[in-house]
Design a protein around this ligand. Structure first.
Ligand SMILES: O=C[C@H](O)COP(=O)(O)O
Length: 305
């Protein structure tokens, strides 16, 4: 736990670094369109509502297969490119439905398991939920950590928990949701990131989307630096997923710029970067339509599910 104990974070430097982002990097016209297409390919298209239904999940899967209207894709000169979202993200109950709806597409299904969003159901139940999601065909499992372990500084307990979740995932990729809005300090965010990576997480993810504060750029900076330092120390490459409240093309551009500057182009691919988002795609499609036609469509023209 030495690297975990050694973590220090300079809050004002992190805020300054993030604040300078918009002034230093502007991406316009065809470059912006290209970045937005890449953003689409990195979306975990998500529905995590109490009123989710099989019908909604099937419609979302159809959208994941064809996230950009054909005429827009053609106008962007991408008619021959197969564009899909990075994954679909659903509750365990809808994994089998999504796997069926995505058959033949190669699009993975991610399940939020382990008593999402609070992660407070019995430990054995959480392990069984992971196993059930994998058995139903989930290729990716988004686990939630026990925040109390972080708040009490019980890093060994956090490590043991995440390690057990990873084992239960078997061949499925594991994304560890840190629920950063609950962790009180950026130092805790960094320490939890280290522990989650040491315990074998394939991705670290900010939020469930249900905390009071979800993904932010300062939190992202801290998590990306942890990923970078962890790679330097161990050679292990870990992906990043900001989630919750990312709903505009402008937000997406800021995250992509930070990824590029902090970790480089390798992290601008769906194997190492995902947006967890339910409504981001609609705004990106709207911006791309504006780029192609010069007009903005109503949000309802780009309905999600
Ligand atoms: O993991 C994904 C989040 O739950 C989605 O959050 P959002 O609905 O704010 O986009």
């Amino acid at each position: 736990m030495d690297p975990v104990e050694a973590v220090r974070v300079n809050l004002s430097a992190a805020e300054r670094r993030v604040a300078s982002l918009a002034g230093r990097r502007t991406v316009k016209k065809e470059w912006q369109a290209a970045w937005l297409v890449r953003a689409i390919e990195c979306i975990d298209l998500t529905t995590l509502s109490g009123d989710d239904t099989e019908g909604r999940v099937r419609r979302l899967c159809a959208k994941a297969r064809q996230p950009l209207r054909e005429d827009l894709q053609e106008a962007l000169g991408l008619a021959n490119r197969r564009i899909t979202t990075g994954a679909i993200c659903v509750y365990h109950r809808f994994v089998a439905t999504a796997v069926d709806a995505l058959k033949g597409s190669g699009i993975p299904v991610a399940a939020v398991s382990t008593g999402f969003p609070a992660g407070l159901s019995p430990f054995e139940t959480r392990l069984k939920e992971i196993e059930a999601s994998v058995a139903d065909g989930a290729a990716e499992i988004d686990i939630v950590i026990t925040r109390e372990h972080v708040l009490r500084g019980n890093w060994q307990a956090l490590y043991d928990e995440v390690k057990a979740f990873k084992k239960a995932c078997g061949p499925a990729h594991m994304k560890a949701i840190l629920a950063t809005g609950d962790l009180q300090t950026l130092r805790n965010v960094s320490r939890a990131s280290w522990v989650a990576m040491m315990a074998g997480s394939d991705f670290i993810k900010t939020s469930t989307g249900k905390e009071g504060i979800n993904a932010t750029l300062p939190v992202t900076l801290i998590m990306l630096r942890a990923i970078r330092d962890y790679r330097e120390m161990t050679g292990h490459v870990v992906g990043y997923k900001p989630a919750g409240g990312i709903s505009t093309a402008k937000d997406a551009m800021a995250y992509l710029a930070l990824m590029k500057e902090e970790l480089g182009n390798d992290w601008l691919q769906p194997n190492l970067f995902r947006f967890g988002a339910s409504s981001l795609l609609a705004d990106i499609e709207r911006q791309l339509e504006h780029y192609v036609t010069g007009r903005y469509a109503a949000f309802s023209h780009h309905a999600m599910a």
